[in-house]
Design a protein around this ligand. Structure first.
Ligand SMILES: NC(=O)c1ccc[n+]([C@@H]2O[C@H](COP(=O)([O-])OP(=O)(O)OC[C@H]3O[C@@H](n4cnc5c(N)ncnc54)[C@H](O)[C@@H]3O)[C@@H](O)[C@H]2O)c1
Length: 293
């Protein structure tokens, strides 16, 4: 029988951590959520509350389910608060040194049998696992954005991930009513290995002046039937995350076809990270998004 998971910790209260806490609480798991910035936890709880209210208004969940789910989520002030968790999911900024530092601080607080997962979009699960005290209990559980809406979760085993960890993670994801795609531990796994080079190419198309933001997004929405244009999607994912994934692909696969577009680098350097900072390939500060090029 797979190890039973009841209490879940989430580290990183950004857009993905909030979404993960949201779906776990609705599936009746007890959830603790932590962030290095205390105000992000507050903001995250407000976002979850608002998103659940939207689900109630769309009759996707009942008001009773919303109330019960909100009761399941508690803020975690420090790593010690994760001492009674069966599973902790790290969903902090996509930077290897940040994730490693979190694991170093977190591991001494965890129960020896607790599973540690990362929601990384691209980094090596094997390498991250090796920086913890529990490589056999470490796994990639990669959610898609926005978590409450997207059906898929990628499961990625590192070289040392044990069968028990894999089976328990599979059972956990099943309880969230998500479908699993198993990926081998290669840079950016399956979805982002295919999706991010497409987005990067759209940014090159903009950079080289083939089309402007509006033309590129319209072309891919109406010409390829994508629900969102690639530049709109890049803003939604976060341009810092897009750049990190391209850097991991470029370095990890040593192929120049993954070279991050210099325009993407420039936007990130400007702090124009997309929706989360109100400006990216679109400016979101007004009533409706306005292309920035
Ligand atoms: N954005 C996406 O579409 C998407 C999809 C799937 C997976 N991911 C992955 O999820 C993770 C989070 O991405 P996001 O989009 O939520 O980013 P985000 O910028 O919205 O949130 C990241 C959060 O991590 C926090 N953080 C940074 N350092 C920390 C630390 N030392 N301890 C605790 N918290 C810390 C930040 O304060 C921030 O609140 C990344 O690994 C990313 O690759 C992102």
């Amino acid at each position: 029988m797979a190890q039973s998971i009841r209490k879940v910790g989430v580290i990183g209260a950004g857009q993905m951590g909030s979404g993960i806490a949201h779906v776990c609480a609705l599936a009746n798991f007890d959830v603790k959520i932590h962030d290095v910035a205390a105000d992000r936890i507050k903001q995250s709880l407000a976002t979850i509350n608002g998103n659940m209210a939207r689900q109630v208004s769309k009759k996707l969940i009942s008001e009773e389910q919303r109330q019960a789910a909100l009761q399941h989520i508690k803020p975690a002030a420090s790593m010690d608060d994760f001492g009674d968790c069966d599973l902790v999911i790290e969903s902090a900024t996509e930077k290897e040194d940040i994730k490693r530092k979190i694991f170093t601080e977190l591991c001494p607080s965890l129960r020896p049998d607790a599973i540690l997962a990362t929601n990384t979009s691209s980094l090596s699960i094997t390498r991250l696992a090796a920086s913890t005290d529990r490589p056999e209990k470490f796994i990639g559980i990669h959610f898609m954005n926005p978590v409450p809406l997207m059906e898929l979760v990628e499961l990625i085993r590192g070289i040392a991930t044990g069968d028990q960890t894999f089976e328990a993670s599979k059972e956990f994801v099943g309880k969230l009513h998500k479908t699993i795609a198993v990926s081998e531990d290669f840079p950016a796994f399956i979805v982002n290995r295919i999706l991010l080079p497409m987005i990067n190419e759209a940014i090159y198309t903009l950079y080289e002046g083939v089309g402007n933001v509006e033309a590129i997004d319209t072309a891919m929405k109406l010409g390829a039937h994508h629900p969102m244009g690639p530049l709109e999607l890049a803003d939604f994912i976060g341009l810092d995350t897009c750049l990190s994934v391209m850097q991991v692909l470029h370095e990890g696969l040593a192929d120049s076809k993954y070279r991050p577009c210099p325009l993407l680098v420039k936007y990130v350097e400007a702090g124009w990270l997309g929706r989360k900072t109100q400006r990216g390939f679109y400016d979101y500060r007004g009533e409706k998004p306005v292309p920035t090029r």
